[in-house]
Design a protein around this ligand. Structure first.
Ligand code: PLP
Ligand SMILES: N[C@@H](CCOP(=O)(O)O)C(=O)O
Length: 465
């Protein structure tokens, strides 16, 4: 299996090399040269497999033997051993044929654990085998950071630097990151927004000369292919649990960087019968505007009560565009260059395919709060703000009620007490037992200006020998 860049100029890479990178050298994102495809019979034969067994079936073709099967199975087993629910991704019914897929049962209470506990173990394995040390640099709007830190904190061969927007993540999210005090973990609170953090990460991948000799950057954001790959699994898992492939299923996905829903799109290309894929956005609605009005233009980022989705430039949209433009890297290069200085306008054919593939909907904070209230009143189920956006987007855009609609619950409500209180809850939702003392833990982080050379010197100064 080879991995190629969406901008067509960077060298193709093997699986292990693609895991050890982030952006391609031409600024593009890596994707597999071709996707594994599964027949309906093969998918049907997976009914009843455990999450870990299914993960192996789906991930192994992408690894293509570069990691021996027994080692890959162990990495998968270790990665999901820390989840709090035996089903790993349990389903809960909230309405007629409407389901919540709880993706927050991992150690840091968000869907990011599915890929990042796996990526942490995979990196540890590859780096030990190669006797190599790397620098992980990531940007977070709150959830990727803690999941990546949890996945990498025990890796001797990794120094990890996570940039979060100062005062723009919830207190629980900040504490989860900044109370990890291992020598190899560094939190930077950047005086800027998530897009500023993400831009710094991307710029640093483009020019890594600030690093000591022999070190390279590795991404933990969804620009890293391994993130997307691991997220494909739960689409198959939920689909199989609700009758696929004998019947289709639909998904609604709270969306920011477009990684999670892109994994759903890939599951569909690989053979899972998916009817609808709903892009659910908060007020930072560039993707909804793009699908509904062909308006993919940047606006000022809004600070919302679903802060993890406060993202304007959705990195993984480029991976979809690559497919929509016939996998022609030169066209994507041109589009992305134009987008630096103005809106991106999709050509008619690409837009109409995107509209066949995706529905979209946007919710602002007031509407989202009302959904948390209403769902709690009718079911006593407490949604987190991001999930609430997904649930309402599903209800508003659903075409067929005879097809199960699965709303991805991307975070635990305890991470966002502010929104939950506004939705009428008299107490903050309880944190799980392993985090009960979170607010008593010591914190360590550095506040830095939005200045790339300063951030890069901070990183260079703190890399262990
Ligand atoms: C809780 C939560 N929901 C939804 C999203 C959006 O996911 P994606 O960026 O993969 O679109 C994120 C982060 O991006 C998140 O942390
Ligand atoms: N919501 C994310 C933003 C980063 O997205 P990623 O999936 O590309 O890592 C976060 O919580 O950090």
């Amino acid at each position: 299996m080879k991995y190629i860049s969406t901008r067509g100029e960077a060298p193709s890479l093997s699986f292990e090399d693609v895991v050890l990178t982030g952006l391609a050298s031409d600024g593009g994102l890596y994707v597999p040269e071709s996707l594994p495809k599964f027949s309906q019979e093969e998918i049907a034969s997976w009914a009843g497999l455990s999450y870990q067994e299914l993960a192996f079936k789906i991930i192994a073709p992408f690894v293509a033997g570069e990691v021996p099967d027994a080692d890959l199975k162990k990495i998968i087993d270790d990665s999901y051993a820390t989840f709090r629910h035996d089903a790993i991704a349990p389903l809960v019914q909230t309405g007629h044929n409407e389901w919540i897929l709880e993706l927050f049962q991992g150690p840091t209470l968000a869907f990011k654990d599915f890929a990042l506990q796996f990526l942490g173990n995979l990196l540890d394995y590859i780096l030990k085998k190669r006797d190599q040390k790397v620098v992980v640099m990531g940007a977070t709007s709150g959830d990727t950071g803690s999941a990546a830190i949890e996945g990498c904190r025990h890796c001797d061969n990794i120094d990890i630097f996570i940039l979060h927007p100062h005062n723009r993540v919830s207190n629980v999210q900040r504490k989860q990151m900044t109370s990890v005090l291992e020598d190899n973990v560094h939190n930077i609170a950047l005086e800027g927004n998530f897009d500023d953090c993400q831009n710094m990460v991307k710029a640093s991948f483009g020019d890594q000369s600030f690093l000591p000799e022999g070190r390279q950057l590795v991404a933990v954001n969804s620009i890293n292919w391994a993130r997307i790959m691991a997220q494909i699994v739960y689409y198959f898992y939920a689909g199989l649990a609700l009758g696929a492939p004998s019947r289709p299923v639909s998904f609604s996905v709270p969306t920011g960087n477009f990684g999670d829903i892109f994994a759903g799109y890939l599951a569909k290309q690989m053979g899972l019968p998916i009817d609808q894929l709903v892009i659910a956005t908060n007020a930072n609605d560039i993707l909804h505007r793009c699908i509904s009005d062909n308006d993919h233009s940047k606006k000022e980022l809004i600070h919302s009560l679903a802060p993890s989705m406060d993202i304007m430039v959705s990195s993984n949209f480029e991976r979809l565009l690559f497919d929509l433009y016939g996998r022609d890297g030169s066209k994507i290069k041109g589009l992305m260059e134009d987008f630096k200085s103005g809106p991106m306008v999709l050509k008619e054919e690409a837009l109409s395919t995107a509209r066949e593939l995706f529905s979209s909907y946007r919710l602002d904070d007031d509407a989202m709060i009302k959904v948390i209230e209403d769902v709690y009143e009718s079911t006593e189920y407490l949604l987190d703000p991001h999930t609430a956006i997904g649930v309402e987007a599903a209800r508003k855009t659903r075409r067929r009620t005879d097809i199960p609609m699965i709303c991805l619950s991307t975070a635990h409500p305890a991470k966002f007490p502010e929104a939950v209180r506004k939705a009428g809850q008299s107490e903050d939702p309880a944190l799980p037992h392993h985090m009960a003392d979170l607010f008593d833990r010591e914190e360590r982080f550095s506040v830095l200006e939005k200045d790339l050379p300063k951030v890069q010197s901070f990183i260079a100064d703190n890399i262990r020998a």
